[in-house]
Each structure stands twice: as structure tokens, then as C-alpha cells.
Design a protein around this ligand. Structure first.
Ligand code: PGA
Length: 247
């Protein structure tokens, strides 16, 4: 695990983009695992800039997103598919047929989860997975207590997550109660991982993930077992680490 501490959110985003771009230049048909949430938006902005100004080519890239709400169609402005379109896909030359986001409208969700895992295998596995981290140590919708060996499956959102997300919907009743998420076992099979965190409210989670015991109570702590993981954080998110890390 390589911990890289950058001065601020922008520097964190640029550092992550540099790694993504270097892998993409080396392997044009890179299989990228992508995340939603506020944290990776700066990384996506920088990738869009590199595409527009430096000709970074996404035409052969294959993507797999970590998760999606059940019951929201892709056009819904709170669906993760919509988020990805607006924040990345609409601005780069990616082929639609190479984009994979779990389908929250699938008739048979369990069969869809199996299909999703098969697609990842079919493309040779994820080369580089981008991850955020929740303040409680979750990765994707793998909340504390999730099996460290879990695969893509349905998860019930915690009451806290439903409450946190209510601000994006007209009422709390409209917040989806279930989601499809890649499992922790699925995520760990990625050849490389970049975990991003920014801001003071992530400091405890980053400390637990990087320096705490490996435990299902902090799903992100499994990253300590990964062969090639980068933890790229800003100073505030790194503020509770006991070791000195520099970027
Ligand atoms: P955030 O979410 O990037 O919006 O902070 C991260 C997460 O919950 O995984």
C-alpha cells in the first residue's frame, strides 16, 4: 500500500489522474473500475481536461461502476448511471457499449449480479479500480459488517445512508432502499486500486483503513491486503495518521 498525501483536493485529484493516464497510455483497452460520489469528481474533471487538451484516448476503454440504486432508471438524475454520464462519459470518447453500470431496473437482480461478475471476467478483470471511502469506512455500498469475501449483490441501505441521501430527493420516501454493489471480494480482484479521500470528516475512516486492524467493521481496511493499492488523500483526510507520509 502506498499512501500519498497531497496538499489539497485538487492536488489529490491530479495525482490520481496521472496514474490513470499512465495506465491508459500503456494499455489503451484498460478495464477501469469507477466510483460515484463527490470525491472522484475532480479526478474525472482532470481526465476530461487531458482528453480535450492532450488527446487522452478512451476509445478502447472498458468501464465497470461499483454500484447503482435499485429502482432508478438510468435517466433519473440521482441514478449513478446519470452521474457518470454527466461527470465523465458525456465528455470523453468512450464507446457506450463498453460502459457497465449495474442495472437497477433489472427484472431478475440476482441473475443480473451474476451477469455483471461474468462481464468483468470476460474483459479480463478490472485493471484499475477507483474507490471512495465513507466516513464509516464503507466502500461502494459495502457497509460495516459486510463480508470481506462478498461478490456483486443486493444490499439494503442503512437508515443512516437513507437519511444522508434524502437531501437529493423530494422526500425521504423516494430514496431507494436497496442497491446493487460490487462485493469486497470483487473489488479486491482488481489488479490495482486507488482509494481517494478528502476532508476532515474522512480522517477517522482513513486512519482506520490504513493503520487499523483489518476488519469487516471497516470494509476499507481490506485494502491492506491488496498487492498494489494507492491511498491518495489530502492533508485533512490524512490528519489522523500516526505515520508521516508525503506526496
Ligand atoms: P463521497 O462518498 O465521495 O461523496 O464522500 C464516498 C463514499 O461514500 O464512498
Amino acid at each position: 500500500m502506498l499512501v500519498i498525501v497531497k496538499e489539497n483536493y485538487d492536488e489529490m485529484s491530479k495525482e490520481a489522474a496521472k496514474i490513470v493516464a499512465s495506465r491508459l497510455r500503456r494499455k489503451p483497452n484498460l478495464v477501469l473500475g469507477l466510483a460515484t460520489g463527490s470525491t472522484p469528481v475532480g479526478l474525472y474533471k482532470e481526465l476530461i481536461r487531458m482528453h480535450k487538451e492532450e488527446g487522452l484516448d478512451f476509445s478502447k476503454v472498458v468501464t465497470f461502476n461499483l454500484d447503482e440504486y435499485i429502482g432508478l432508471p438510468p435517466q433519473h438524475d440521482q441514478s449513478y448511471r446519470y452521474f457518470m454520464d454527466v461527470n465523465l462519459f458525456n465528455h470523453i470518447n468512450i464507446e457506450k457499449r463498453y460502459i457497465h453500470v449495474p442495472n437497477g431496473m433489472a427484472d431478475d437482480i440476482e441473475a443480473h449480479c451474476e451477469w455483471y461478475e461474468e462481464q468483468i471476467k470476460k474483459f479480463g478483470g478490472i485493471d484499475l479500480q477507483i474507490l471512495g471511502i465513507g466516513a464509516n469506512g464503507h466502500i461502494a455500498f459495502n457497509e460495516p459488517g459486510s463480508s470481506l469475501g462478498s461478490r456483486t449483490r443486493i444490499k439494503t441501505l442503512t437508515q443512516q445512508t437513507i437519511k444522508d441521501n434524502a437531501r437529493f430527493f423530494k422526500s425521504i420516501e423516494e430514496v431507494p432502499k436497496y442497491a446493487i454493489t460490487m462485493g469486497i471480494g470483487t473489488i479486491m480482484e482488481a489488479k490495482e486500486i486507488i482509494l481517494l479521500a478528502s476532508g476532515k470528516n474522512k480522517a477517522d475512516a482513513v486512519k482506520a483503513a490504513v493503520e487499523g486492524p483489518i476488519t469487516a467493521m471497516c470494509p476499507a481496511s481490506i485494502i491492506q491486503m491488496h498487492r498494489k493499492a494507492f491511498v491518495i488523500v489530502d492533508k485533512e483526510a490524512a490528519s489522523k495518521l500516526s505515520q508521516e507520509f508525503t506526496g
